[in-house]
Design a protein around this ligand. Structure first.
Ligand SMILES: Cc1cc2nc3c(=O)[nH]c(=O)nc-3n(C[C@H](O)[C@H](O)[C@H](O)COP(=O)(O)OP(=O)(O)OC[C@H]3O[C@@H](n4cnc5c(N)ncnc54)[C@H](O)[C@@H]3O)c2cc1C
Length: 533
């Protein structure tokens, strides 16, 4: 049991599927109630899709796992109505410092500009994140079934059948679509006989979560070869409730059982924190990690998301963050396919876009891991030379890799994009996630992303058309000067909003197309393209 957190207990309550003795088919079943399954379930439920979520556990994530939730993830959770309490509870940060021995080598600022509702990062323990998501899932009407372990996944052409084990016995149920968010050891993946390939790293890391009152600022600190832990690396993060996450690299030969013992852990912490700093151990574990992924994320009626689809090292905080972006990408597409408004081919774009994102995450994660844990004398010599140079020469600092932190994927090559015909001066392009900006509505302050919401939008600068129905899909215009005031001029600056400009935005707040002047025919064609029609 943790000192700062009391785990909730969720009882098993047999559903009518189990007690009714009749095999029922649901539109969507989400397998797994981690951050990814919960996000997908909330998004679908808020879009009006009845969702059943099955989880074998009786509580939220146990122990110390995800800490850092990134801006894009928070923007997604904000769209779903649950980021507020997370930001309030979490530790907000944006600065990172990298040290070599006891000297600072360089520092970075992950959000140097103002005018965004969400911070660059918050640090919040995964169990809190899941608790807030669960609260929202209940409000949204998700049918959450605890202590229901899926033991069999049987895919068919037009549905998936599941066998479920519960404290009240076994039962079967079916789904038109299954979202497999059952984590790194995914049963769904094994049941479908899918390879999960990549790299396994041998280095062991010790996680020590300690409760202490400390006056370190809320920033990420990373040490190469620190005096208190020579020849290895150490990472420090502040979390909620004055819990500090400290990661010690241990090397390949460390004995995990020995290293977890308080008599080994406490001296390491004393060496780092000083003899006078009082602390209590909250959690200790030793882990190794892998960087691997499925070849494809859509397998007929089974859609893989989160750790079930891809696994990365924790350096860069790309695990849950990228999984939540999978859910964000998938939910609107699945809703439109279920409604018959878009063809199943739209789900192939989930595959294309999120496999692209996973490749990017894996590349970054693997590179960071190679830099932090060099595998050969040559790569260690290179790493040390970079660190030597970085102490004196700014050009070498960008080569220092202590974990490139999670950023959202830009789906530049997505089949859903309409290519630019006009020139734009903006950091965004078709496929990019939308930038936020402050606005006012009826004199009250607000945010652009709130106004964009979760449907197709046409963000217009200058004259705006009325709502457009494109074969069952509504495109709502959102016009600067009419629907909102561009309070600080940042919407126009970030979207290069010269008069006449129109941006077509997808329901997951990614750019589908943009033009310098409005043309209804072009908008209709771009919507069809964004729906794979
Ligand atoms: C040390 C460490 C630090 C990390 N730090 C970060 C970080 O800072 N930022 C970040 O973004 N990520 C981080 N991660 C990664 C993050 O924890 C994972 O990426 C995230 O938990 C994946 O979420 P998920 O929902 O895909 O899977 P999980 O969280 O693993 O959830 C899977 C769920 O499925 C359920 N389940 C599994 N099998 C079955 C079954 N057969 N039947 C029913 N239910 C089942 C489980 O009970 C569980 O609730 C870290 C991980 C580690 C280990």
């Amino acid at each position: 049991m943790l000192k700062t957190y009391a785990y909730p207990e969720f009882a098993h309550r047999p559903s009518t599927d189990q007690t009714g003795g009749r095999l029922r088919r649901h539109p969507v079943i989400v397998l797994g109630g981690g951050p990814v399954g919960l996000t997908a379930a909330i998004d679908l439920a808020l879009r009006g899709v009845p969702v059943v979520l099955l989880d074998e556990d009786h509580t939220v994530s146990v122990g110390s796992r995800s800490v850092c939730s990134a801006k894009r993830t928070l923007e997604i959770w904000d769209r779903l109505g649950c980021a507020g309490p997370m930001v309030e509870k979490g530790v907000i940060w944006k600065t990172g410092k990298v040290f070599r021995r006891d000297r600072e080598v360089y520092r970075f600022d992950l959000l140097p500009e103002a005018g965004h509702r969400m911070p660059a990062f918050i640090n919040l323990q995964q169990y809190y994140v899941e608790e807030f998501l669960l609260r929202r899932a209940s409000e949204a009407g998700v049918d959450i079934r605890w202590q229901e372990k899926v033991t069999k996944v049987e895919p068919h052409d037009d549905h998936v059948r599941l066998r479920v084990e519960t404290p009240a016995g076994e039962y079967s149920l079916e789904a038109e679509w299954l979202i497999a968010a059952d984590g790194a050891r995914s049963l769904a993946r094994r049941e479908l006989g899918l390879a999960f390939e990549g790299q396994t790293f041998d280095d062991r890391f010790l996680i020590a979560d300690v409760v202490m009152q400390a006056d370190f600022p809320p920033e990420r600190r990373f040490w190469f070869d620190p005096p208190f832990h020579p020849k290895q690396s150490t990472l420090l993060h502040m979390q909620a409730d004055n819990v500090w996450r400290i990661d010690f690299q241990l090397g390949r030969d460390a004995d995990p059982e020995e290293e977890k013992k308080p008599e080994r852990v406490i001296p390491r912490l004393r060496a780092m924190l000083g003899e006078d700093t009082g602390f209590e151990l909250e959690w200790v574990s030793v882990y190794t990690f892998q960087c691997r992924r499925l070849d494809r994320f859509r397998h007929g009626r089974v859609l893989f998301a989160g750790d079930a689809a891809h696994q990365v090292s924790p350096f860069g905080a790309r695990g849950a963050n990228s999984g939540v972006q999978d859910a964000d990408n998938l939910a609107w597409k699945l809703k439109l396919v279920l409604d018959g408004t878009a063809p199943e081919a739209l789900l192939d774009s989930y595959d294309a876009e999120r496999v692209h994102a996973a490749k990017e995450n894996l590349l970054n994660s693997t590179r960071s891991t190679d830099f932090i844990t060099p595998k050969s004398p040559v790569s260690r010599a290179f790493r040390d030379a970079v660190l030597d140079l970085a102490e004196r020469h700014p050009f070498a600092r960008r080569l220092v890799n202590s974990g490139r932190l999670s950023v959202p994927a830009h789906y530049a090559d997505s089949p859903l994009n309409t290519a630019d015909g006009d020139a734009f001066d903006s950091a965004m392009a078709p496929g990019s996630p939308c930038a936020d900006a402050p606005v006012t509505v009826d004199g009250r302050p607000g945010w652009l992303l709130h106004l964009l919401g979760g449907g197709f939008r046409l963000l217009c600068f200058g004259d705006a058309p009325g709502a457009l129905d494109v074969d069952g899909v509504t495109v709502e215009p959102l016009a600067a000067g009419r629907d909102f005031e561009d309070a600080e001029g940042l919407v126009a600056r970030r979207y290069d909003g010269r008069p006449g400009t129109a941006w077509l935005i997808r329901p997951d707040q990614h750019v589908a197309a943009r033009w310098r002047s409005y043309d209804e025919g072009k908008v209709r064609a771009a919507v069809d393209r964004a729906l794979a029609r």
